[in-house]
Design a protein around this ligand. Sequence first.
Ligand SMILES: Nc1ncnc2c1ncn2[C@@H]1O[C@H](COP(=O)(O)OP(=O)(O)OP(=O)(O)O)[C@@H](O)[C@H]1O
Ligand SMILES: [Mg+2]
Length: 352
Amino acid sequence: MVVQSLTLHDFRCFARAEFHPAPGLNLLSAPNASGKSSLLEAICVLLRLQSPRAGSLAEAVRHGRAGFSVAGRANDRALACHLSRKEGRKLFLDGLARQKSDDYLGLGLVSFFSNEDMELVRGTSSKRRRYLDFLGSQCDAGYLKNLRSYERALRSRNFLLKEGPHRGRELAAYDAPLITAGEYLARVRGMLCAELAPLVADAARAISPRGEDVTLQYAPSGTPDLAAALASAAPEERRLRQTVVGPHRDDVSLHLEGAEAGIFASEGQQRTLVLALRLAQASLIRARRGTPPVYLLDDIFGELDTERRRRLLAALPQDAQCILTTTTWQWLESAGDAMQWAILDGAIIPAS
Ligand SMILES: Nc1ncnc2c1ncn2[C@@H]1O[C@H](COP(=O)(O)OP(=O)(O)OP(=O)(O)O)[C@@H](O)[C@H]1O
Ligand SMILES: [Mg+2]
């Protein structure tokens, strides 16, 4: 997957900007608050219609403007996403408007590394579900459709449970879609985790000079037999007035040398694990889709010691497009063949 060009209008701090990244390694350096994270976010929005940092895309609309536009070429296809506060989202693929996002999302492959990723190890299970969902939507053709239908059924069920026991009969109408989509998600998540486990262990060995033993395991809630789990959880869900089992309660357990990583691993070990999760995610996308995703690494080097920085750079595949940002590359001995970029007055320009 190669992004050939990107044009932004009213996206975060950019009034209008263009970027023509090289197919291989791109190193962007710019001071704080110059738009590095915004630029990588825009590439993620172009390819996946999703922001790695904002809950809602509307947050990315430049202050005081009515909407943003992100357009570009990737793998010789023209992609565009316009978002207006009034009219919502509009998508274009090769110049034609698309009502549904399925074909559009079938193209873009991304692995995003950010310095908020520590939450993957330390944070709540929702962060790890989001990681699996981002992966699942790029590796499995039915994943997003089932995720949306699960979320719809879950919202309706929770609404009725909140209303009270008199809505019990209506509740049953949402069990079938919840169970079908929920069991699908659990099946795919289980397979993804089984494939991820050895990739995470390999990546952790590649980055960490100490070579810790890392294990990853899917920790499902209420599946494989979601119908039976819902039936036995019925008294508790009436009491708590919400759906208490199902993939919205799934987790991924991460252990380092046999101990729970979120609690016992050192800061450096947690960092290594997080990078390993991202590298493994990218490797799995490549294995499933036959082509590497675009690697977007947003300013994560400041957090790493020199040895880990060097090892991470060496772990990036030579044949993938990688776009890395930081405030300074002074620590880098040689940029090799990498294309170097800077941001000056809101313009992304080649750096000498
Ligand atoms: N919706 C928005 N409209 C206008 N400006 C915004 C919007 N969202 C963020 N900004 C501003 O855009 C600027 C660039 O933010 P960004 O996070 O991309 O910078 P950065 O180069 O990654 O900085 P850092 O090195 O601190 O991470 C900041 O000044 C930020 O306040
Ligand atoms: Mg930033």
